[in-house]
Write a protein that binds this ligand. Sequence first.
Ligand SMILES: Nc1ncnc2c1ncn2[C@@H]1O[C@H](COP(=O)(O)OP(=O)(O)OP(=O)(O)O)[C@@H](O)[C@H]1O
Ligand SMILES: [Mg+2]
Length: 309
Amino acid sequence: MERIIETIDLTKVFGSIVAVDNLNLVVREKETFGFLGPNGAGKTTTIKMLTGFLKPTSGEVKVLGYDMFKNGKEAKEHIGLVPDQYGFYNELTAVEHLNYYAALYGIPKTERRERINEMIDLVELTERKESKVKEYSHGMRQRLVIAQALINKPKLLLLDEPTVGLDPRGSYMTRKLIKKLAVQGLTIFVSSHLLFEVEDMCTRVGIINKGRLIRVDSIKRLSEELREKVGIYALIECVELNNEIVDNVRNLKGVRDISVDKNTLKIDIESSGIIPEISTAIMQSGGKIKKVNEHIPNLEEIFLKLTEG
Ligand SMILES: Nc1ncnc2c1ncn2[C@@H]1O[C@H](COP(=O)(O)OP(=O)(O)OP(=O)(O)O)[C@@H](O)[C@H]1O
Ligand SMILES: [Mg+2]
């Protein structure tokens, strides 16, 4: 499949900070690629280089085969960008705003109205299209910026943390829109610091930390492997605990580790299937179980685990 984005040893240094460190990345046609990393990881710096706003210290960026810093004009024609920060002319309506950008892109007047309405419907702002942007909610503004980024029919859409600051509903609507665009065949590169969002939207994910790409994989394989690494815990609260109970549980097959916090056993287990066996062992050792809980780490916790230190 066609390579829409390719970076070769892409590096950006600010003084003594290596913001992006020898990044080698390929994003293929029609995939939704999640670029996941904590604050300061280098996401925005990477996106600025991918879109030609920032010149790399070294390395290359190719978009649709064009070298961004040699044939930037050709490359940029096919890119739509939703930046992490943006401003509006607050007195304009959504239609006026999009008309301004459509004109800027040189879309002929005869085609503009249809294109603008199409975009407004797509981002579900139809009812409010004649309202001034200053009357819009944060979520509505975010969707308007997405419409703006799409006005020129790009082949690649880049979004820099598009759900930051949105409430759960706004975040949901933005993700729903991104998924809809993916179904329509757009290639999407989206950064985030939230694993569950990437899991929801993306087919593949690259994890970046301190400027380095630490992992690229399908979201499915990645989450499976991480779960395996971080483990699943059984939390069993007993009325009274003693060393014999703890030792007996520790010796069971499938128990990887055990720790005690007051009257609760935190047991690192290979799979939830052995919880009944653990319960039996506790009772046979004279323990009384008050509560059994299973703790499966969510991707957020797994991610913190992976990037800590
Ligand atoms: N113009 C600049 N001058 C100096 N340092 C910069 C500049 N831009 C970014 N940096 C540094 O580069 C590193 C990466 O920053 P970047 O904004 O790319 O991270 P990010 O992953 O987008 O973080 P966030 O999640 O907070 O948006 C940080 O250490 C940041 O301080
Ligand atoms: Mg950023």
